[in-house]
Design a protein around this ligand. Structure first.
Ligand SMILES: C[S@@+](CC[C@H](N)C(=O)[O-])C[C@H]1O[C@@H](n2cnc3c(N)ncnc32)[C@H](O)[C@@H]1O
Length: 244
């Protein structure tokens, strides 16, 4: 097994810096999800440090989470109100949650963190199992853009420049497998650190097919949390799947 298939890798690499400024403002997501939460409880897959879950819970909605990384779950627990959110440490593809939910959600492209073939499909099957009849599964993901890849299927992005460090991200794509290996190189006066990471990316229609195989139908697709119309040029999507 590649280290990229290890669900704990993200947290080991990023927990120490995850809550630094720079992640998306969760306000739009929280409004959107609160409108679908019914009487709750709702379940966030890969809940992380509670960027979305905490403000949702502050609205009086019971939120539960699944998270592979104890380091990330500890960040959530240490925040005010974090102790109101039960988190199961486990792999989101297994959805080992006890309840039945009107809403399950998986945001910030994290479906693509499941790189092992079959695991995204497992995730949809298991979400379908824990959804209440009429319940919804909301996904936020980027739309892959192969124009970004160069002739050798590589892509380079300057990620961050500060007075202390420079971070550069290099991607190597495998079009057939729809995966990429990403190395984040962090240059400081102390040296260079390499942080490997992988994703298995899917186009919206492929996600729809996984959902359909799990008995979920696409109810709506938007370009953003404000419900802007999704178009062929949209770089990302919010998709709402519904259990009959
Ligand atoms: C980009 S962060 C998103 C965290 C949070 N949902 C947010 O929006 O801020 C990705 C999260 O997914 C978690 N993760 C990655 N693979 C996972 C898996 N197979 N099962 C559960 N959590 C996983 C990571 O530990 C990390 O907390």
């Amino acid at each position: 097994m590649s280290i990229l298939d290890d669900p704990g890798l993200f947290g080991r690499q990023w927990a120490a810096v995850y809550d630094r400024p720079g992640n998306p403002d969760p306000a739009g997501a929280v409004d959107f999800l609160a409108g679908l939460a019914g009487n709750g409880p709702v379940l966030e897959l890969a809940i992380g440090s509670g960027r979305v879950a905490l403000p949702l819970s502050e609205r009086g909605i019971a939120v539960e989470g699944i998270e592979a990384s104890p380091e990330m779950a500890d960040l959530l627990l240490a925040k005010p109100g974090g102790d109101r959110i039960p988190v199961i440490i486990g792999d989101m593809a297994d959805v080992e949650a006890g309840g039945t939910y009107p809403l399950v959600y998986l945001v910030f492209n994290t479906l693509f963190n499941l790189t092992t073939p079959g695991r995204q499909e497992d995730c949809f099957e298991n979400v379908s199992r824990v959804l209440a009849p009429g319940g919804r599964f909301v996904i936020e993901a980027f739309v892959p853009d192969e124009e970004n890849f160069d002739r050798d299927e590589r892509e380079v992005r300057v990620w961050d420049v500060t007075e202390e460090s420079v971070s550069v991200r290099l991607h190597k794509y495998d079009r057939a497998a729809q995966t990429f290996l990403r190395q984040t190189l962090i240059f400081t006066n102390g040296g260079v650190e390499l942080q490997p990471f992988g994703m298995r990316y899917q186009w919206p229609e492929q996600i729809d097919a996984m959902a359909a195989a799990a008995g979920l139908t696409l109810e709506a697709r938007y370009a953003d949390w404000d419900r802007s119309p999704f178009t062929p040029d949209s770089p990302s999507h919010i998709s709402v799947y519904r259990k009959p």
